[in-house]
Design a protein around this ligand. Sequence first.
Ligand code: PAP
Length: 326
Amino acid sequence: RIKLDEGYQKTYKNVDELLPTLPRSKGWWLDQLLQYQGFWLSTYGIRGSMLIDDHFNPRPTDIIIATSPKCGTTWLRALVFSIINRNSFDFSDHPLRKANPRDLVHFLEAHIRGDGSTASIDGLPSPRLLSTHLPYALFPECMTDDTLACRFVYICRDLKDVLASKWHFANKLRPKGVPPLSLEEAFDLFCKGVSHYGPFWDHVLGYWKASLESPKKVLCLKYEDVKKEPLGCVRKVANFLGVPFTPEEENKEIVEEIVKLCSFENMSNQDVNKSDTRSQEKPISNSDFFRKGEVGDWVNHLSPQMSEILDQITEQKFQGTGFSFH
Ligand code: PAP
């Protein structure tokens, strides 16, 4: 790390002092999760959140793609990227045919690469497209107050499919020689709220409530709805972002092009997303983000008892909120 100014040094000092004081739990791969302001985060997420608090300057044009892991991050990144940049690229030779969305959309809490400052994000041209897993409650007021400091597009997904997807992903990430995480263990951790950026329910409710209070600032989508009505959802996102499709674009079937380009079938068949590029330094490969891309695959994994327990927790957590997955 190069020498950072005093402001950053203070933040890093605060992070270093805070981390040893936080409750810890076993993680899903080799990491540990720490409880920070009611959420279970890796040290990397906590550091990111504190750096954002102290040093991130939001712009009114910022678009924040927010997700709980495994809810459709890859898909939403692709959709928003192609909506925003629809006039810049030809669909037959689109960047999404050559790169994974992770390489096209910056991950906000990971901007602490390189020199450890927000410089790389500060240098991006507007509109900045940024992705995050952080819960809404962890963003500073300058981003969440009802002025248009920035906008959030959130996607959530039926938690049973999230659990099944996350369990598969965790086992891909566990280093060779480490025994696999059993489904029972994953289930226990998930129910206790101990999953990355969890409790899952609180993550969803945070964004859901914000979308009701500030509908111009936060848009909440459901994975299942996007599957069922992709065209309508893409139009909704474009309207929300203030870039509705024009009649000419509708005539040229641009919405259809975007949906096709970002579909699981298309994306998972791109060479860039097919190859296994895992290495010691880069333990995740693009192909790990494409498994089945279906609604309801949990029935092939979770037992009826597990399903029932999850239903009970969900009912309790969502009671009176008006939110449901179906
Ligand atoms: P992340 O939050 O860790 O970045 P994310 O992309 O949300 O991961 O999760 C991957 C899931 O989205 C996988 O779900 P599955 O395990 O149930 O199959 C993956 O298959 C699915 N997915 C990836 N790309 C798409 C897409 N274009 N359309 C629909 N689903 C997708």
